[in-house]
Write a protein that binds this ligand. Structure first.
Ligand SMILES: C[S@@+](CC[C@H](N)C(=O)[O-])C[C@H]1O[C@@H](n2cnc3c(N)ncnc32)[C@H](O)[C@@H]1O
Length: 383
């Protein structure tokens, strides 16, 4: 007799034909090893004991039963399948779901106590951020302006915006017009950090700063690490790192490395990073009526690897480094509520401001270049 003490047990009440249920159960039990999965019928209940299960196989088995016993699709076996499908925690191995002991080797004894003893985000707990959030004057809301963000953002009060989403110039040497790209690294980071200091100041307590950045692989400059180090030194919580998989296989890398030799291999990268920081608190309060992320989106997007194609219309817009709207949509819906204030201090062609407006958020976009401001304003039309 197999002990099913730890098994997940699913119960379905049914008034379905007893004869068909018993026949169906017997066919299913014949098809699966009892130690993995079995069904029982008593009173008016079907009980499923689930340890390990190939759901596709179970579904096929049910289809066969439906044919053999002339049973319609609204039968209790399908109900059992649906209930098992809705169990959120399981492991996966060789196409089967493992519902019992799947994370045994990863279980830590007294986990909560250990977290309390060692502390979370130790580098940011002694911050001096004020918890008092301030209103942003209405006349500053919902605009796209031309200016240097280091200067322009100074007019905003402390703790007044919910989300900053941006992608700074990466110092590749691209042609942005007003902004000089490809300068000395110390000068580059000096300027960037002055703008980021303003970003930290204007972010609300509990607000988020989200930075899309591509390390300069060819120069061995890990910009994403240097930026994270800066934010952590300034007491921001490093809350997430999302890998934006662009599947961008265009670069001809071997030109810089050794071919087929360990002397100096050059590796290929097809992705960028999205670094997410929280100010003071991981929680950002908001009204539940202002949540607009769908169940399916949430489920997919909390997996921190996002497959999104790069922006294809940069030539059309005449901007050399746009990110795609899909990326902005995910960041904005996952990290902010409707009616929140979203700011992009390197707004470029205005992808952030366009998506923020479309998603019913307030927005502010700043860019050094007046021609990009015009472009960003143009993109707001017809929304
Ligand atoms: C990587 S692009 C941003 C592109 C944007 N995410 C999009 O989808 O179009 C960086 C932008 O920062 C702007 N920029 C550079 N230095 C700036 C500064 N000090 N203040 C404001 N904008 C600046 C550049 O003109 C450029 O358009």
């Amino acid at each position: 007799m197999i002990s099913k003490r730890n098994y997940k047990v699913i119960e379905i009440e049914t008034s379905y034909s007893k004869a068909k249920i018993l026949k169906g159960i017997s066919l299913i039990n014949e098809a699966f090893p009892e130690e993995e999965f079995s069904l029982e019928f008593s009173g008016d209940k079907i009980k499923a004991y689930v340890n390990t299960l190939d759901l596709q196989r179970f579904s096929k088995q049910i289809s066969e039963i439906e044919k053999k016993l002339n049973v319609k699709p609204d039968n209790p076996f399908r109900e059992v399948l649906e209930k098992i499908e809705s169990i959120g925690s399981y492991g996966i191995k060789s196409g089967k779901r493992y519902f019992v002991d799947y994370n045994k080797e990863r279980k830590i004894k007294d986990r909560k106590q250990k977290i309390m003893d060692r502390g979370m985000y130790f580098y940011a707990v002694d911050n001096n951020f004020s918890k008092k959030n301030n209103n942003l004057p209405i006349e500053l809301l919902d605009q796209i302006v031309s200016g240097d963000s280091e200067v322009w953002l100074k007019q905003l009060p402390d703790n007044c915006v919910d989300l900053i989403f941006t992608s700074p110039p990466y110092n590749f040497g691209l042609d942005y017009g007003e902004h000089k790209d490809g300068i000395d690294w110390n000068q580059y980071f000096d300027k960037l950090f002055k703008i980021f200091n303003e970003c930290i100041r204007i972010t609300k307590y509990g607000g988020r700063i989200v930075i899309n950045v591509q390390p300069l692989y060819s120069d061995f400059i890990p910009i994403h690490h240097i930026i994270s180090n800066f934010f952590m030194k300034n007491k921001m919580i490093w809350r997430n790192e999302i890998l934006w998989e662009k599947n961008n296989y265009n670069a001809k890398y071997t030109a810089w490395g050794s071919w087929k030799s360990p002397s100096n291999p050059y590796l290929k990268y097809t992705w960028e990073y999205i670094e997410v920081y929280s100010k003071g608190d991981l929680k950002h309060p908001g009204e539940s009526s202002n949540i607009d992320i769908l169940d399916s989106e949430f489920k997919e997007w909390v997996n921190a690897k996002w497959n999104i194609a790069p922006e294809r219309s940069m030539k059309e817009y005449n901007h050399p480094a746009m990110f795609p709207e899909k990326l902005a949509e995910r960041v904005i819906k996952l990290f902010s509520f409707q009616k929140d204030i979203v700011v992009d201090p390197f707004n470029g062609s205005g992808t952030t401001t366009k998506v923020a407006k479309k998603l019913n958020r307030h927005f502010i976009g700043v860019d050094l270049s007046p021609k990009y401001v015009d472009l960003a304003l143009e993109r707001l039309k017809n929304l």
